[in-house]
Design a protein around this ligand. Structure first.
Ligand code: ADP
Length: 320
């Protein structure tokens, strides 16, 4: 297609998900290997929906790194921005499924390859082709990938990309909650599009509420669109001229992993087709309905990447 590329920057890893919930890691009867990492999920979400996507990040030169690169390519994501570290391992996460359905993560990052991406390893030519540059916050936690992240952002912005940010808070990875909050609130001063979940909104504002007055305390002058996702309640949107909510689709939820990434990928795939939707509430609502549909479908299947919809699945839910 002729639309611009969505370049997604950050970590890609493997989640080891126990085959039984409500037991400790040591008691798990077995594990499923689930590829993930929010920025990689977003790139695949875009490609599944027919958009052009590239992933920028570093993997270990090991069995898992090769597997993850293969998954990106099989799904139509460009690997031109991927590099491999011969000395470090691919990041791994061990998930505990609690009996109440919540997930807890333990990470192998000692350091993992994604944390070792350097500025010198960036494919600047690729980054400068981005129509949209999407990023999270995990790549900001440590050097050298923090400098690589900031440089990539700056290159994309200078070349005219819209910057899209989903903090994707993984609190246990940060040295402290205070530092997580400060870093997240600083980095998004440069973003055009920001998406937070209800849980992140409450964490960042310290308020036990997702009311508009609370969400709007996050607003920055650079923003073109602020989104708050609310799970089965859909999403809220804020621009400088209008605000509102779009209802979710009613589906049988099995596993919410990746729903937010599907939502972001769907949104970006539409924005890259026509940025003027950001200024037109009626058309933006159509785009957010599409994003809600993609998020909803992702909750109906296990895992993140296997559950991301293609365009016909998304349209089928909307037209149902
Ligand atoms: P995150 O994965 O970032 O926590 P959410 O869980 O809020 O994000 O999900 C993102 C979007 O996916 C929501 O805005 C909604 O449109 C859709 N979604 C998530 N959970 C459900 C659900 N149970 N039923 C229908 N839609 C859902």
């Amino acid at each position: 297609n002729d639309n611009g590329t969505i370049v997604s920057f950050g970590e890609m890893l493997i989640d080891f998900v126990p085959t039984q919930s409500g037991v400790s890691l040591a008691e798990a009867p077995g594990f499923l290997k689930a590829p993930g990492g929010a920025p990689a999920n977003v790139a695949i979400a875009v490609a599944r929906l027919g958009g052009r996507a590239a992933f920028v990040g570093k993997l270990g030169e090991d069995e898992f790194g090769r597997m993850l690169a293969g998954i990106l390519v099989e799904n139509g994501v460009s690997d031109a921005g991927i590099c491999f570290d011969a000395g470090a391992r691919t990041a791994l996460a061990f998930v505990t499924l609690r009996a109440d359905g919540e997930r807890e993560f333990m990470f192998y990052r000692n350091p993992s390859a994604d944390m070792l991406l350097t500025e010198a390893e960036l494919n600047i030519d690729l980054i400068r082709t981005a129509a949209v540059f999407h990023y999270g916050s995990i790549s900001l936690i440590t050097e050298p990938c923090r400098s690589a992240h900031l440089r990539a952002m700056q290159e994309a912005k200078e070349a005219g990309a819209l910057l899209s940010y989903d903090p994707n808070l993984r609190l246990p990875l940060w040295p402290s909650a205070k530092e997580a909050r400060e870093q997240i609130m600083t980095i998004w001063d440069q973003a055009d599009i920001v998406k937070v979940s209800d849980v992140e909104l409450e964490f960042l504002t310290g308020k036990d509420s997702v009311e508009d007055e609370v969400a709007l305390t996050l607003w920055r002058p650079t923003f073109k669109l602020l989104l708050v996702t609310l799970g089965e309640k859909g999403c809220k949107y804020y621009t400088k001229d209008f605000r509102g909510a779009v209802e979710a689709f009613s589906v049988q939820q099995v596993d919410t992993t990746g729903a937010g990434d599907a939502f972001v990928g769907a949104l970006l795939s539409k924005i890259v087709e026509d940025q003027s939707v950001l200024e037109d509430e009626k058309r933006l609502r159509v785009v957010l309905k599409f994003a809600n549909a993609c998020g909803a479908i992702t909750t109906t299947k296990k895992g993140a990447i296997p559950a991301l919809p293609n365009i016909s699945e998304a349209l089928a839910l909307i037209e149902k």
